[in-house]
Design a protein around this ligand. Sequence first.
Ligand SMILES: C[S@@+](CC[C@H](N)C(=O)[O-])C[C@H]1O[C@@H](n2cnc3c(N)ncnc32)[C@H](O)[C@@H]1O
Length: 243
Amino acid sequence: MNEKKRASRTKGRASAAEADPRAKPGAPAAVNKKKIIALFRGRGAWTTLYTRIKFKICPLIPIEPHIPRRGRVLDLGCGNGLFAAILKRSSPERKIIGLDLDKGKIDQAKTIFQGWAGMDFRVGDVVASDYPRADIITIIDVLYLIPFKAQETILAQCRDALPPGGVLAVKDMDTRPRWKYIWNILEETLAVKIIGFTLGHRFYFQGRREFAERLNHYGFDVEIVPLHKGYWYPHILYLAKKR
Ligand SMILES: C[S@@+](CC[C@H](N)C(=O)[O-])C[C@H]1O[C@@H](n2cnc3c(N)ncnc32)[C@H](O)[C@@H]1O
């Protein structure tokens, strides 16, 4: 099935609206990739490599204009703060709390962003921690590492932490186009199971319609933004607004 037909099916069954990925709801990303990379330079070979690879394979910067420019942001599974850096550099009016299970990454984020106002990084399991109140919650490439049942806990917590109109932005991988999905599984097997770049054991990818329906179930209206064009991976962004 082609992209267009699949998109309209998603819209019909999950009351999700397909957005034009080129339509920028906010101002254009006001961030310089080189300056972000520079923040993570000199933090060890793995960090330098991860940052460079991540920018090459993931549309992190194109996600930014979809995120409201001001408010309290909770970044779940923030890693060493790469996306938080993009958010903060683009709009200092964002106050960011990052939460990640990996103490090494959080320690690194604390060092990198020491002295930055409105940046707070905490060690914690996104499944077991209480979430602080937030206006915006971002989850970038994390859910696929978490079992479906535990994802339910996360979605319920996100709903409870956000006010009506609050935004939950989930960037994950779609299961289509098929070849990108298979390529992604191979790459993640290398990153998670062989090299150990990221904490995790198994993968929990899901199709866009299924995930949009789950977001609907938790009280969110969903806009789907495909972000995979020009990438080998089936990147997809779910912009979920609490009803
Ligand atoms: C692929 S990385 C993405 C990091 C970051 N969001 C980014 O895009 O650069 C996945 C992150 O999720 C974190 N993670 C996995 N399971 C987690 C859990 N249960 N609680 C908190 N963080 C978790 C990992 O430690 C890792 O930093």
